[in-house]
Ligand binder design. Structure first.
Ligand code: SF4
Length: 64
């Protein structure tokens, strides 16, 4: 499992950092997503919620 983020698409809504704070944060300067853990070993339900909640399609999950 690997997560990637597209900072160009991110609109800084912050849902990812709110729902899965171990994996995502928001940049202090521009509010866009920062990926803290691209290969999380746990916290899957929070991760799914964050992926579903992102309004911009900036979060991607490769399950291979
Ligand atoms: S939820 Fe989506 S749009 Fe909002 S900060 Fe996270 S990646 Fe960006």
């Amino acid at each position: 499992m690997r997560i990637s983020v597209d900072r160009e698409r991110c609109i800084g809504a912050g849902m990812c950092a709110l729902l899965a704070p171990a994996i995502f944060d928001q940049d202090y300067d521009d509010g866009r997503v920062r990926l803290l853990d691209p290969r999380p070993q746990q916290d899957h339900s929070a991760l799914r919620e964050a992926l579903d909640a992102c309004p911009s399609g900036a979060l991607h999950l490769d399950e291979s």
